[in-house]
Ligand binder design. Structure first.
Ligand code: SF4
Ligand code: SF4
Length: 375
């Protein structure tokens, strides 16, 4: 099997095809500390792309409450159990990826969910983990915790869906790294559904072929961010492109956050797919849980996020989340303002690093009334 380099696990690994990175790689950042699980992103995606027959159960974008929420049921727990205990603690991952754990004759270790696993899209919503005894004080990290995990297809560098498909129906676009499924080639074998550990391909029982997130490619081609990103109420998302491992650009907000400041981590990097969605981990959750989910860089990421206000470049990148519907290719911080630019260098948006605070008198003379809020 060919060897490919996976920067997220710090080593080469087996993959069924030769590695070839696209010219640009679609990427998305999520700040889990800001998500409020309003599901606006889910509805925006659903109404745009999957309102039809056979798509009723499809959620290309979903938001689940961790640790007990999953869609489909138990998607990560089931594959983690099959994968077995792995050492995820170091910069170079010593365990096996899912490709390296493939049973004989198969390309990846996977499983096919049951129909009923898709019956409860928001199971576990707002359930928290942990006990707090009567009279105990709240500590950091919290003894009781939960957080919201928004998920889309990761448009992986080494997609398991693509590797699993015997019909070669799934391909990765050279121009932007978006992973698409050619429904005219698909015969509905569901190998992609079995292979994708994130369970982000879906079988349509009416058309009898599979479907998946298309990364809103018509929008992306026009320089616009995806629907789930631009509708996000919490402004927790930033969609753009991540540089190749040897071409890190400090003026790309995604590169700066992921590769320079290192405050965002991939989802289950040990699976080996090099997923291209990156998560700023929740600061209140015990690191032991987070390391399994986001890899060895979690504690450093949380420490860096907590000190973001001391790094103007980082603060400037974080403030670009939700600031414009257009894709920001470059940015700079100048005179206390973060400025985002499009691919050709045209200015898209300006965001002040700090908002001016105006303090008003407690008594409003004009209305002869006391104010409850004076800022
Ligand atoms: S997340 Fe799943 S469906 Fe998306 S590219 Fe990766 S393997 Fe394919
Ligand atoms: S729209 Fe944004 S804040 Fe609301 S659930 Fe989706 S990711 Fe979270």
């Amino acid at each position: 099997m060919p060897k490919v380099y996976n920067w997220q696990i710090g080593r080469e690994m087996d993959y069924p095809y030769e590695g070839a990175r696209p010219k640009k790689q679609f990427a998305m950042l999520f700040d889990t500390n800001k998500c409020i699980a309003c599901q606006t992103c889910t509805v925006a995606c659903k109404t745009t792309w999957t309102p039809g027959r056979g798509q009723e159960y499809m959620f290309w974008n979903n938001v689940e409450t961790k640790p007990y929420g999953y869609y489909p049921l138990g998607w990560d727990v089931k594959i983690l159990e099959q994968h077995g205990v792995q050492d995820v603690g170091g910069p170079v991952y010593k365990g096996k990826t899912l490709f390296e754990s493939a049973p004989s004759g198969e390309r990846i270790l996977g499983y096919l969910p049951e129909d009923l696993d898709y019956a409860h899209p928001n199971v576990g919503e707002d359930d928290s983990f942990g006990d707090m005894q009567q009279g105990e004080l709240l500590q950091i990290p919290h003894m009781q915790w939960m957080y919201y995990l928004p998920r889309i297809c990761n448009h992986c560098t080494y997609p398991a869906c693509l590797a699993s498909c015997p019909r070669m129906s799934i391909y990765k676009r050279e121009e932007d790294g978006i992973v698409l499924l050619d429904q005219t080639r698909c015969r509905g074998y569901r190998e992609c559904v079995k292979g994708c550990p994130y369970k982000k391909t879906f079988f349509n029982p009416i058309t009898r072929v599979s479907e998946k997130c298309i990364g809103c490619y018509p929008a992306v081609e026009g320089g616009r961010q995806t629907q789930c990103t631009i509708t996000c109420i919490g402004k927790i998302r930033l969609q753009g492109f991540i540089g190749k491992p040897d071409e890190i650009r400090e003026d790309n907000p995604i590169d700066y956050i992921v590769r320079v400041a290192k405050i965002a981590c991939p989802l289950y990097p040990q699976f080996g797919l090099e997923p291209n969605t990156y998560y700023i981990p929740p600061v209140h959750v015990p690191p032991r849980y987070l390391v399994q989910m986001f890899g060895a860089g979690v504690e450093r990421a949380i420490a860096g996020y907590r000190k973001a206000a001391d790094d103007e470049k980082l603060l400037g990148a974080l403030l670009l989340f939700g600031a414009t519907p257009m894709i920001i290719h470059h940015y700079k911080v100048e005179a206390g303002v973060s400025i985002g630019f499009d691919e050709k260098g045209g200015e898209l948006v300006r965001v002040p690093l700090r908002e001016a605070i105006h303090v008003r008198a407690a008594f409003d003379e004009q209305h002869q009334a006391y104010r409850t809020n004076i800022t």
